[in-house]
Write a new protein. Structure first.
Length: 270
């Protein structure tokens, strides 16, 4: 169980230019799979700290059911943990900062001593957001052709993620103005972009530069596109044109309501 600082906290406490918001798109999950994400409503900072010290995560954190095809947008400051029995495609801000609340190190499983554990919890409690409680969503779908589907999985100021499926041999065409991270979620497909063409295997990823402007994928296909969006142009406008209201578009992540941040007072302060 861990969290990543948001932008403001990363600059203030970590000396980093930005924090780390992320999103998980579930590619596969066993029946009964769950994830921890966000603090339960009504849990105070003192109660959270006590539960983390006791390693009783379920006492204070929300346990959510995990289903293939759904996506969770996780703002910086949100405590979280997913797995086991899940296959997750994760897109995130470029950052390695994190604070964790386990008695073992995430990198190698080695034990964490009492002094280090206490220091870790001190910093985590200075960075946690007690109010963010994101939920999994199925995404917003737009039909873009005969047998071709475009699903907006999540979108915000830091990244957007789409899943596109072509059920027939009709080419899947995608135009863009910013670099794309193209990942293949199914059987091998033929890809053409710019002057390059080739096969993209299952679970392989291709970075497509913005200068290419368009990519063509021979169907059947099931692929993911990650990118840094111009939110109005790339996300809001096509969804509004498809009839989605703004309150529904907001569920993708960018519209998470602004909240007064609840910052726990560190124990060494009055």
């Amino acid at each position: 169980m861990h969290l990543h600082a948001d932008d403001e906290t990363a600059r203030r406490l970590e000396g980093q230019p930005h924090g780390k918001t992320e999103a998980w798109h579930i590619l596969d999950a066993a029946p009964g799979a769950t994830a921890l994400c966000g603090v339960k409503e009504g849990v105070t900072a003192d109660r959270l700290r006590a539960a983390l010290e006791a390693q009783d995560f379920d006492a204070v954190l929300r346990r959510l059911p995990v289903r293939a095809g759904e996506t969770l947008y996780v703002p910086g400051g949100t405590p979280h943990s997913f797995g086991p029995d899940t296959l997750v495609y994760e897109i995130e801000q470029t950052s390695d900062i994190q604070q964790h609340a386990m008695r073992w190190n995430m990198e190698d499983g080695s034990p964490v001593g009492d002094a280090e554990f206490g220091a870790n919890l001190d910093m985590l409690m200075r960075q946690v957001d007690l109010e963010t409680r994101p939920d999994f969503t199925p995404g917003l779908s737009i039909a873009v052709g005969d047998g071709v589907e475009r699903v907006f999985l999540c979108a915000g100021p830091y990244f957007a993620l789409e899943r596109r499926r072509a059920g027939t041999a009709e080419p899947l065409l995608h135009s863009f103005a910013t670099a794309q991270i193209l990942s293949n979620a199914d059987a091998p497909v033929r890809v053409r972009t710019g002057t390059w063409s080739g096969e993209l295997g299952r679970a392989e990823t291709l970075l497509v530069p913005a200068v290419c402007e368009e990519v063509e994928i021979t169907g059947p296909a099931d692929v993911l596109f990650g990118y840094l969006p111009d939110f109005d142009r790339d996300v809001r406008r096509p969804l509004l044109d498809a009839g989605y209201p703004l309150r529904i578009i907001a569920t993708l992540g960018a519209g998470t309501p602004a909240r007064k941040r609840v910052r726990p007072v560190p124990r060494d302060r009055p």
